[in-house]
Write a protein that binds this ligand. Sequence first.
Ligand SMILES: Cc1cc2nc3c(=O)[nH]c(=O)nc-3n(C[C@H](O)[C@H](O)[C@H](O)COP(=O)(O)OP(=O)(O)OC[C@H]3O[C@@H](n4cnc5c(N)ncnc54)[C@H](O)[C@@H]3O)c2cc1C
Length: 379
Amino acid sequence: MNTEAEYDVVIIGGGLAGLSLSIQLNNAGYKVAVLEKDQYPRHKVCGEYVSMESMAFLERTGVAISLMKLPVINTLQLSDVKGRVLNTPLPQGGFGISRHKLDATLAMIAQRKGVALFTNTKAEDVRFEDDVFSVKAGTKVFTAKVVCGCWGKRSNVDNKLERNFIKEQKKALNNFIGVKYHIKHPWPEHLIALHNFKGGYCGISRVENDTCCLCYMTTAKNLQVSGNDIKQMEQKILMQNPYLKEIFGHAVFMYEQPLTISQISFQAKEAVQGNVLMLGDAAGMISPLCGNGMSMAFHSSVMAYEAIDSFLKQRTTREQMEGQYAERWHKQFSKRLGMGRFIQSRFGKEKSTSFFLGAMKLFPFLQKPMIKAATGQTF
Ligand SMILES: Cc1cc2nc3c(=O)[nH]c(=O)nc-3n(C[C@H](O)[C@H](O)[C@H](O)COP(=O)(O)OP(=O)(O)OC[C@H]3O[C@@H](n4cnc5c(N)ncnc54)[C@H](O)[C@@H]3O)c2cc1C
């Protein structure tokens, strides 16, 4: 075993939460390591719509969003399984950027600033003894005063920590699959659509380079009943919605095979477990319907940074750091996650989606508060 130099903070997972936290800690003069199991750039299953609440934070972190000429998105289109449609303005709006570009840009900034970024390095175990953490990754052991879990929605480390959501039986809110393509399609720049089909919904919106992100979530059952064949599922189930039929029928697909993920869970999780501060999806995943999981990952990095900074400056004890972070996390996100779960449970079901769209059309004054409850403020 090779023991690495001791760090102030070791961050497991170099996605959005992990990289943005590493940059803030590094700016404050702390010695930080990020362990990332993959390398950059890389594609990721994600709708790639970033809500505007993150714009100022990203600019502050060094990602020059305003210079990137990204599509600005201000209108939401919803359709039910039969293709009945509702268009509504997005009060805050957002912009489109691929994860290929966003994660790699953050990784480059972190590395340039001096964060020790270990790619192709998968954390296998975390232990906390005598007030010091050790993180095992292959033949290396990293030691640190603080460890942050930024490993996303589900990881091998969740098993090691015996987290409750891992032990749950597979049921309605914890067994979805995600599928993503980049496509060429004459899709309007300002519009994001969520088209429902039986057992799921499919989003489409623009990212950089005249490309569209086409990404859907559905139940694992839909894939099973289609003989585990994605193409068959798309033809038989998704294309029942006339909007999806048009998109799938006319788009030019940019990769041969789609990217896929499975076992997506919206179950509640702990914000701190085994003395590890959890950020982003590792602390709780919001339904992609709300379009702000990425912003929650960034926002949680700001809260974690402030808690860790106080602890490392010995203004708070470890117990206070953990308690204050968990409390702030719940105050900031619990309501939003609840609304996300409510919306998620209504979508992709023929009757409830149609009812939901009908109610939104009939009572347009409901649209704004519903959208607002699922989104957040600038941080
Ligand atoms: C289908 C779908 C569509 C979505 N669409 C949107 C959208 O349009 N807008 C939006 O805002 N959000 C969307 N989201 C949510 C968004 O993708 C997540 O909320 C966001 O990526 C969370 O960031 P994170 O940093 O917590 O995790 P991630 O970005 O997933 O990063 C986790 C990182 O940890 C690494 N890792 C995991 N385990 C280990 C380990 N043991 N050791 C080292 N590294 C490890 C992974 O390789 C990864 O790089 C969507 C999600 C899904 C599933």
